[in-house]
Design a protein around this ligand. Sequence first.
Ligand SMILES: Cc1cc2nc3c(=O)[nH]c(=O)nc-3n(C[C@H](O)[C@H](O)[C@H](O)COP(=O)(O)OP(=O)(O)OC[C@H]3O[C@@H](n4cnc5c(N)ncnc54)[C@H](O)[C@@H]3O)c2cc1C
Length: 509
Amino acid sequence: MNKYDVIIVGSGIGGLCCGSLLALAGKRVLICEAHSQPGGVAHSFKKKGYKFESGPSLWSGIGRWPTSNPLGQILKLLDEKVELVKYQGWHVSVPEGEFNLEVGQEPFKKRINLLRGHKSVEEWNSFLSAIKPLSQIVSEIPLLSSSPETINFLEIIKLTTKFFPNINLLPKLNRGFGDIVDEHLKDPFLRNWVDLLSFLISGMPMHDTNSAAMATLFDEWFQPESYLEYPKGGSESIVKTLVNAFKKNGGEIILSSRVETIKFSKKIASGVTLENGSEFISDFVVMNTDAWTCRKLIPREIAKKWNPKANNINKCGSFLHIHLGFDASGLQNLPIHAIHVDDWEKGITAERNIVVFSIPSVLDKSMAPKGKHVLHGYTPANEPWEIWENLKPTESTYKNLKEERCSIFLKSLRKIIPDIDNRIEIKMLGTPLTHKKFTNTYCGSYGPALSAAKGLFPGCKTPVKNLLTCGASTFPGIGIPAVSASGAYAAGNIIGNKEYKNLLKMLDL
Ligand SMILES: Cc1cc2nc3c(=O)[nH]c(=O)nc-3n(C[C@H](O)[C@H](O)[C@H](O)COP(=O)(O)OP(=O)(O)OC[C@H]3O[C@@H](n4cnc5c(N)ncnc54)[C@H](O)[C@@H]3O)c2cc1C
């Protein structure tokens, strides 16, 4: 039987970060991935010369150094680089109007002035001043070295001393961001805007979104020199880079290898059994699967060790997707990203109210055949699973519902490309069932809907010895920077605090 130091279930970005750091630290690691491709929701697929993205499209803080992005820090540790294209602008379509917007402070202030007048600019300035000290604190506490499970008393004292003038602000960081918004913003557009950014980060409204995560976003997006980064070749390049780093240090990955159960010996995690019956033994198991899938992989007897509250988790909504390959001729100044909000009054979590588009071939010609563009659009975490769960993809009811609900995409896309219908060469629509099938996520969900107002996401340690978790269900939560950090925490727990801190010393955080 094959014996490893660590087996990781799932090759999402969290699992890959965990695996590559463990391999770097000399551990013998196996990653078992159910899908035929690594990357989890960040995987892509090819058709007729187009490379279609399925998940994340907004990347930042990976290419520059220093960076506060844990993924950028992990790539540095692994001595790996990804070729990136810098850009600043995205297209915004909101009830107040259509405009191109650049990241950075001044462009947004100009836009506020045009839309809402100078009083609202003043309000925004006061809001930014309130967030600035929070952003400073966050940038001074490197996420990678601050897992709530490993940070020690001495380090807390050191940090407390460092932030002495702003010490009263520390509790705010773990609260809902909406509290800070309520204190400073009255203008409905500004409040809606922050609610939208919060929702894109967490899948929840601003009152439920963690203030530390938002302070990080504001630090990155609203600096004078801010820019975004698109990985050349798409998300796949990030995934390939992590897989290469993992393999370079002796890691093994097996694809199309669904784990059926975690094995236990004397109630200690001791390996995995795959759906095809293969068994692998290990000292540790890390589950990169979501919270619900994790529970299914564990025998009931062992699952009892979890606090019943932890087994009753609310989920974020799912996604509708559109993938298009279309004729690019004559299309000038297309945005790489566009966001469309139909009606603020419906609320940020309303179904089919928000659509996000990304057209990576605008920046990277290798993503589409010559003279064509490739587009991925999705409704972010606001499609209810429940209306799809009992439908069968072969039935006409499903097909009709899919066409009807996905019509929101072309409706909003026509605002940017009026003749889009005549340009389409390939069109693929996806529902929560598609999302679930290709990402192996519970109910096609974005992840747990754990309100920041009620506490933090659970850490990477579980109640079971030698069984850990990482990914979007683990602290600090959803999103690429967060899952990268959780992967590092799980690795740190396995290699030991001292060795982990030694590893991080290379970064001089
Ligand atoms: C449409 C979309 C757009 C997004 N946009 C952004 C963005 O722009 N910026 C950003 O920062 N974040 C974005 N996110 C969020 C971010 O991509 C995710 O939070 C993150 O990639 C999740 O990583 P993870 O490590 O939790 O693993 P996941 O990606 O969930 O991967 C888990 C892996 O485990 C595998 N698995 C599951 N069960 C088993 C099993 N039994 N055996 C073996 N393998 C199994 C799955 O196949 C999968 O590969 C987006 C997400 C989506 C869906």
